[in-house]
Write a protein of this length. Structure first.
Length: 263
């Protein structure tokens, strides 16, 4: 599988492009099972490495803190990060088509790190509204360019698929916000007057997103969970203010599955 010239042209113009099914059936099933096992606390992973956030904190009804460690056996997690420390997810992240995308973006021999490998979930009949934003972070000395977004379940408007604004990747809307979120006024002015595109996906389908493409997502009105795996790859030379260690995925010094498994 390769990205065609037409797909690259489409991505450059629109700020996203659909890549179809990338994972094999077996790989998709393994990721679906593994993420549930991680949530249920039964996966052979180092939970102290992973940031895990409940969709609703008991007692408050709001999302819980995003902090390291397991928060209880439930499928109602909102977000789980550091999935690069799981061999099943790491293997998927190393797919040659993703390497090809990184090489086109960051250079053929450039080292590429994982900025984040994140599970985003809208549990059945739950989920939280995610405000319109661009994926960028002011603590980094350069912006990551690409996110590979894989549906682990069918994603529909009714179960809270992401919505995007095509062609919004040409400029930063709110450069002073630490993580690219829009103000209420900007949402009113830009988002309300522009056509949104719901990105409905089948399980296993992948969309490549430019990090500056505006996106948002809503709650889940159905009994079908909306699980997704989002990988943001960044230039391996990126420096973070205050330090920060990131896992090398492609290029010299890349973490191998064997190294991960022998930890
Ligand atoms: O899955 C979602 O609802 C949002 C994900 C997101 O914001 C991202 O992958 O950057």
């Amino acid at each position: 599988m390769h990205i065609t010239l037409e797909q690259w042209e489409y991505f450059d113009r629109e700020g996203y492009v659909r890549l179809g099914q990338v994972a094999s059936d077996g790989q998709l099933a393994a990721m679906q099972q593994r993420i549930d096992d991680i949530m249920l606390g039964t996966a052979p992973v180092d939970y102290s490495q992973m940031a895990m956030q409940l969709d609703r904190e008991p007692g408050t009804g709001r999302p819980g803190p995003q902090s390291r460690g397991h928060k209880g056996a439930t499928l109602s997690y909102r977000k789980i990060q550091q999935l690069e420390f799981d061999p099943i997810f790491l293997e998927y992240m190393k797919n040659p088509i993703f390497e090809e995308i990184c090489q086109r973006t960051y250079g053929v021999k450039a080292p590429v790190n994982c900025f984040r490998a994140m599970f985003m979930n809208k549990p059945a009949h739950e989920g939280t509204y995610l405000v319109w934003h661009q994926d960028r972070w002011t603590n980094l000395d350069r912006d990551p360019q690409i996110t590979i977004y894989t549906a682990l379940d069918p994603a529909t408007v009714d179960n809270g698929c992401i919505h995007i604004i095509p062609r919004s990747h040409q400029r930063l809307i709110n450069p002073s916000h630490g993580s690219g979120f829009l103000t209420d006024e900007q949402i009113e002015e830009i988002v309300m007057n522009t056509k949104h595109l719901p990105v409905e996906l089948s399980a296993g389908e992948v969309v490549l997103l430019h990090n500056w493409t505006l996106h948002s997502s809503s709650t889940n009105q159905t009994e079908i969970p909306r699980r997704a795996f989002s990988i943001c790859y960044m230039d391996g030379e990126t420096q973070a203010k205050g330090g920060g260690t990131y896992t090398r995925i492609f290029g010299q010094g890349a973490l191998t599955l064997e190294q991960l498994q022998s930890r």
